[in-house]
Ligand binder design. Structure first.
Ligand code: 5GP
Ligand code: ZN
Length: 139
């Protein structure tokens, strides 16, 4: 993808700070981290959406992401990590080459997800929501 910033990083045309690389994935430091050590794991093949990444590559992304998360936990500054993936602009995806964020977390890092917890109007509403999703699910 000629205009993709992450494809250019994989090709070495834009510098990056590499953490890990194999035949399927590339992992590097996010340039504007939530906490220092924030890593992005990307497929070497260009995919805008995580949904089109072949299963072996998607599995490798998750495996390497969690292994990097364990490495981050071994650093003195951190106790935990978040894995985060935004699929689509409305979800906050800015770079349109799918990427898994590995975000190191400390108990006093002063970062909080703005995570609301809405109620369902009724049991029927919850069931209807599940049925609507299942009707659209293609594997
Ligand atoms: P998104 O919001 O799409 O989930 O995340 C995109 C991420 O890519 C952001 O966290 C941003 O800091 C990071 N990013 C954008 N451009 C570059 C770049 O040129 N180099 C690196 N290392 N990270 C980048
Ligand atoms: Zn790309």
């Amino acid at each position: 993808m000629p205009d993709c910033i992450f494809c250019k990083i994989i090709a070495g045309e834009i510098p990056s700070t590499k953490i890990y690389e194999d035949e399927l994935v590339y992992a590097f430091l996010d340039i504007s981290p939530i906490n220092p050590g924030h890593v992005l794991v990307i497929p070497k093949e260009h995919h805008e959406s995580a949904s089109t990444i072949p299963e072996a590559t998607a599995g490798r992304m998750f495996r390497i992401g969690s292994r990097i998360g364990i490495a981050l936990k071994r650093l003195e500054a951190y106790d935990a990590y978040n894995l985060h993936l935004a699929d689509g602009m409305a979800a906050g995806q800015v770079v349109m080459h799918a990427h898994l964020h590995v975000i190191p977390r400390g108990v006093e890092d002063h970062f909080h997800w703005n995570w609301r917890q809405l109620p369902y109007a009724s049991d029927e509403d919850r069931t209807a929501t599940a049925e609507a999703i299942k009707a659209k699910l293609s594997l």
